[in-house]
Design a protein around this ligand. Sequence first.
Ligand code: GLC
Length: 620
Amino acid sequence: MGKEEKTKQAEEESVFQNRLARHHDELRWLYMELYGNDSMFAELCFQLNRFYQERNRELKARDLDREKNRGWYKTNDMLGMMFYIDNFAGNMKGVESRLDYIEQCNVNYVHLMPFLDTTEGRSDGGYAVSDFRKVKEKLGSMEDLESLTASCHKRGINVCMDFVMNHTSEDHEWARKARQGDGEYMSRYFFYRTYDEPALYERTVPQVFPTTAPGNFTWLEDAGHYVMTSFYPYQWDLNYRNPRVFNEMMYNFLYLANRGIDIIRIDAVPYIWKELNTSCRNLPQVHTIVRMMRMISEIVCPGVLLLGEVVMEPEKVVPYFGTVEKPECHMLYNVTTMATTWHTVATRDVRLLKRQLDIVNSLPREYVFLNYLRCHDDIGWGLDYGALMREGMEERSHKQYLNDYFQGRAGESNSRGELYNADPVTGDARFCGTTASMCGVEKAGAEQDPGAMERAVRLVLMLHAYMFMQSGIPVLYSGDEIGQINDYAYREDPDKAADSRYIHRGPMNWRLAENIRNGDTVEGKIFQGLSRLEQIRKAEKVFMTDADAWTIETHDQSVLCIGRYFEGEKMIGLFNFSEWEKTVQIDEMDGDYVELISGGKTEPDSVRIPAYGFCYLKKK
Ligand code: GLC
């Protein structure tokens, strides 16, 4: 080793030691609180150093830059897109060859949906991992992943992946050994000889998949044991009471981070700690674990962000940010806002949405939300029913209305889609469909109705314009940028037929994507409309995540108004959720405003907004 290299290594080591020193006491404290195991803690620290050493120099340099600029992901140019690798481009190499398209979409953050090894037919869309260090063969290899992340980084694109830490596939090596009766591995899961304890759990633990996978336990005939399976029977819950599970999963996390991942989406995080007589959701130990993960990432790979998947009501979501001194996740999904958006589409009544945005806007501005219209999962109707009740809307019948509406069976609906996990006991059901199908593109296309198509396209664009105006990072689902409709082919696939979420996980239609430059096509209209919005968002500082944001009364139940302010610049957005043209007056229109899409000047005392239209007004 040359002298230069030696100095470099010594420098690197001191960077690590400083980071470790910063977090050591708290990390040890929390670890001991949970596990009381000194030697396992020592092993963890030793491994952190090993993973740090293994991290390549480009990534280490990225970490240092980001440590200097901790708010790097809070800028107004951040735009995400999520896709399944095979659906988008066949395999990892295919994705690499499509980076030009991703750039054309103004996207600088791609979420590669689960791509680790899993068993075909028992994969839950990849969320049943059988090997955390192997890429699914048909998608490529770890080398392909490293090559893809490096290419993305060269273009300023961040890469996100799922870290499914609540469970493994029943085909994971640990599960196979546990099934054969190896006690060491059985203790990494929840095994029970009799149904006594499972029965106690079932009293208090709700069901995730009440129809497609009822119950939280699965009987293993060959092993003569029950095993805890909160999700599908082939997804075995890991037992984080066992420090071996925690340590090994942290090593897996760091191994993946070292492949060049920028954002780790912690899948189903509220579920990771189980305790009898509780709902087994959001227990305090979950927060201890996430806090430890945050410190571990800050020690080894501080350029990596943690994105928590917490699909819960707002009071449960926000604690996952942790506190300013002891942060947990960097980012969380704005799930209630997403569901409330579709409620607003179905009711043309913005009051609940306004209330919801007021709640989000009142949170500390350090919090970064991911905003989205839909993702790969169903839309659950987690709304503020207390507030709706005061308006005379009852939960069960309102959910029924929303599900009927989006299936195109109630109200003035143009939506198409399917129910998901309709629970005969609670009467609850969730909903699946693509943004375009839920906005009427599918129906208008089938009925060849140009007027209806125009309205549907306008609704798609208005919803995106509104989403872009929320604070945080907007994330598109691949295909939505060209208005892709539902894909019913899953019904013919025996591996998928029972899971209607596949209706909105169809393959990217590259033939339709050829139309993006043709403004006469649906694809062109949506793509170009979005491009315009993306350009404006990138250019205007008021879209910074930590700008001031608030809602404004419009005195019209169908028109939502959002204000944003940043360093002397002010913008007002108006969004018409109804199919009628509206003219509204807003008190806050002080002075002259220019409409950013048309460039036209606006009369301060009355603004005209077309049916399903929007205005982006900037103060001159
Ligand atoms: C998350 C995923 C979902 C999956 C579940 C189980 O909620 O988004 O698709 O079914 O976790 O891993």
